[in-house]
Design a protein around this ligand. Structure first.
Ligand code: HXC
Length: 256
């Protein structure tokens, strides 16, 4: 069987490429399990500072594998415990950039929304079409899409199942930047390389603090940020970063 996830590294960037082209990268359980294993390996690898998840030019992922769900009973679907899988994706501490071209639908859109930045090709289409299958999003779509684009747009997207273009998704706040179809992977890698130059402990702290927005009040979030900010003064990278500024040279971050 072909590798469901292709992995490669480029300096501090670890890349996972979804590889089920015959079904537009539909996310079956086997693919999700390999993806999680590779993400966790990159998360644990000190040489990697940032992770990219990409699909093909035609599809990031067209959703969960409908063939795997069509005949499932309530017991089957709940015993699969997919929530536990998605929690492991959400628990990755390094920044993840989604490189999205073509379809990012259902679980595919939800996978992109588990990432921390989304670089979209101008051909990208985002949507949560589950309503047309008689269900609703099941991997956080109702929550994350609403947080990204607001209640009134999320209601319409989820209740009609229509797709958003890359431009609409960008204007609505779901997408970090829109790039040409030909360049989407290069542009995703360029952003990853830029972030990969940054101090890894500060990157993780930034991700943790920003994601805390969803679970805290402003007062608690500010307190949380303050503690993470202080904690970075225990790192060599903070000393190096500030010293390099004063000495007018490039900082050499070690992740220590
Ligand atoms: C299984 C899928 C699939 C999916 C596409 N395919 N999406 N197989 N699960 N989600 C398969 C098709 O059956 C087809 O296989 C091949 O991929 C190419 O797709 P076509 O439909 O022929 O391509 P096209 O006409 O270009 O249409 C593309 C499309 C359409 C608009 C993306 O495929 C589509 O609507 N797909 C389903 C999108 C969807 O509803 N996603 C949400 C799934 S539910 P054959 O063998 O015929 O060539 C979900 C719930 C998440 O994600 C819950 C949390 C886990």
């Amino acid at each position: 069987m072909a590798d469901l996830i292709l992995t490669n590294t480029e300096g501090p960037v670890g890349v996972c490429t979804l590889n089920r082209p015959e079904v537009l990268n539909a996310l079956n359980i086997a693919l999700m399990d390999v993806l999680i294993e590779r993400l966790e390996a990159f998360d644990a690898d000190p040489a990697i500072r940032v992770i990219v998840i990409a699909g093909s030019e035609k599809a990031f992922a067209a959703g969960a594998d409908i063939g795997e769900m069509a005949d499932a009973s309530l017991v089957d679907i709940s015993e699969r415990n997919n929530l536990a899988r998605w929690k492991r994706v959400a628990a990755i501490r390094k920044p993840i950039i989604a490189g999205v071209s073509g379809f990012a639908l259902g679980g595919g859109c939800e996978l992109a929304m588990h990432c921390d930045m989304i670089v979209a090709s101008e051909s990208a289409q985002f949507g949560q079409p589950e309503i047309k299958l008689g269900v609703i999003p099941g991997a956080g779509g109702t929550q994350r899409l609403t947080r990204a684009v607001g209640k009134f747009r999320a209601m319409e997207i989820i209740m009609t199942g229509r797709f958003m273009t890359a431009k609409e998704a960008f204007d609505a706040g779901l997408v970090t930047k829109v790039v040409s179809k030909e360049q989407f992977l290069q542009e995703t890698m360029a952003l990853a390389r830029e972030i990969g130059k940054m101090p890894p402990l500060a990157l993780k702290a930034a991700k943790e603090a920003i994601l805390a927005v969803d679970n805290t009040t402003l007062a608690t979030g500010l307190e949380y940020e303050r503690r993470l900010f202080y904690s970075l003064f225990a790192t060599e990278d903070q000393k190096e970063g500030m010293k390099a500024f004063q000495e007018k040279r490039k900082a050499d971050f070690k992740g220590k």
